[in-house]
Ligand binder design. Structure first.
Ligand code: AMP
Length: 455
């Protein structure tokens, strides 16, 4: 069976931009300064999008019936060749949102042996996941996808590039490596995706990203996905994107509604004990427990392994790539019930059976909180997130609440009375907020700063 996907040239001549979706609320000045802001349209089925029969079959095979908001909004723009900034968290279906239009427009390997699309992601785990999802959606059409990420066999990557690839998924460091060696050519690349752009810039990949962008043809399409749009991301967009539209999928949902978010106050030396009791009370299907440091992650892993033996794994940046892959596969296969992780590696995990998140250590910043908590409640499933707050961390709790525009619910377990210092700090902060609630929220959360709609 051979369906031809809409050829790439159809993209150029195709009917122009899809209509702009009306925003009936005040527009957000911040987003508008980057480009026109659109909100996701209500679409009930993939049939309402202009997709080829083979793609519809692949989507059905993947078990997707209704497009998620980012998919409903991004796919028509991407198919029309427009540059898009999608403000969307992980877990919202953003991978399929950019993969579907790319796959729809790929020329065959016979027609072009150099990469036509390049997807740049912050971590190796995310590269594997994105490539896996793209391969799944390429069902029915032979498609060469190469993963170019660090920690993976270089020779294999070189062989694959030599044999010809249509799509590259990789981390900025390794992609940049290949460009320097002259083993990767981007002059046929018509689409660049910067996935989790905020995180890539956080990690310090800006120089590599810029060099990659400069190696791509000027008339390419750029799709940028980011949970947040801080100034560094906006500057990147201004420098390397052409008249982008901004899709706002984060309005009113900095952390998904289906996730119950709770906190415990606890003395530092009783955290492990509290965690053990919490796990006993909750009996999670699968849980990820986030720690701040690699050593802390190892230590907690040793402690929990006494009770959970083979059902408890651990993952952090010091582990070999092979070991990280093995642990994640065990989690996917449900051999593991508990995974102890640090932020950088934990954030790419996309497993729908994660029912619980525990922030054993409070996250370093509020964005990390949003990303950690987003590991559960994937695609609208229920999830619970618990945060352990020790004395002196009350303010962190408050700024998390301001970031997500939602109060965390205090939880307790018998024998673990609320720790007074924490509670006092949190209450003082919330009392201050009560006096000027909206002002405090607005100044701290740039996403809620509004201005009057321009006509
Ligand atoms: P992502 O945000 O790309 O990490 O996707 C999160 C999860 O949702 C992945 O496991 C996807 O396979 C799944 N997914 C993506 N789109 C849909 C959809 N329209 N319906 C159901 N599941 C989806």
């Amino acid at each position: 069976m051979s369906y031809s996907r809409s050829p790439r040239n159809a993209r150029k001549s195709g009917g122009g931009r899809p209509p702009r979706f009306e925003d009936n609320e005040d527009t957000i000045a911040l987003l508008e300064s980057v480009g026109p802001v659109v909100l996701p349209p209500e679409i009930e089925s993939f049939d309402e999008l202009d997709l080829s029969p083979v793609m519809r079959l692949a989507i059905a095979k993947a078990g997707f019936t209704k497009p998620s908001p980012i998919q409903a909004a991004l796919i028509p723009y991407a198919l029309a060749g427009t540059d898009v900034i999608g403000q969307a968290r992980t877990g919202t279906g953003k991978t399929a949102a950019f993969s579907i239009p790319i796959l729809e427009q790929l020329d065959s390997l016979e027609e072009c042996r150099d990469p036509q699309a390049i997807i740049v992601v912050p971590t190796r785990e995310l590269a594997d996941q994105v490539a896996g999802e793209a391969a799944r959606l390429a069902y029915g059409v032979p498609t060469e996808i190469a993963i170019l990420s660090g920690g993976k066999n270089m020779n294999r990557q070189l062989r694959q590039l030599e044999n010809g690839v249509q799509v590259v998924v990789g981390t900025p460091g390794r992609i940049h490596d290949h460009l320097q060696r002259g083993t990767l050519r981007l002059d046929k690349t018509w689409c660049v995706v910067l996935d989790e752009a905020d995180r890539m810039l956080d990690i310090g990949f800006r120089p590599q990203i810029e060099r990659i962008m400069r190696k791509c043809p000027r008339n390419r399409q750029t799709l940028l996905l980011s949970a947040t749009l801080p100034p560094v991301v906006r500057r990147l967009a201004e420098s390397y994107m052409s008249e982008p539209v901004v899709i706002d999928c984060c309005r009113n949902e900095m952390a998904v509604d289906t996730i119950e978010q709770r906190y415990f106050t606890v003395a530092n030396d009783r955290k492990v004990e509290l965690l053990e009791q919490l796990l006993e009370r909750e009996d999670p299907e699968q849980a990820i427990i986030f720690c701040r440091t690699k050593r802390g992650t190892d230590r907690l892993h040793r402690q929990l392994s006494r009770t959970y033996h083979g059902a408890c794994g651990c993952i952090h940046g010091d582990l070999q790539q092979r070991e990280r892959d093995r642990v994640l596969q065990s989690l996917r296969d449900r051999k593991l019930k508990l995974l102890i992780a640090t932020d950088v590696v934990g954030r790419g995990i996309d497993i729908t059976t994660i029912s619980h998140i525990v922030n054993f250590d409070v996250p370093q910043d509020c964005d990390d909180y949003v990303h950690r908590v987003g590991r559960t409640g994937r695609m609208g499933r229920d999830g619970v997130a618990y945060t352990f707050v020790v004395p002196g961390e009350g303010e962190v709790l408050t700024s998390i609440e301001q970031r997500i525009n939602k109060e965390l619910v205090r939880d307790s377990i018998e024998g673990f009375d609320p720790v007074p210092e924490v509670t006092a700090a949190a209450e003082a902060a919330s009392a201050a907020e009560e006096e000027a609630p909206t002002e405090a929220r607005r100044s701290l959360n740039p996403m809620t700063r509004k201005k009057k709609r321009r006509r």
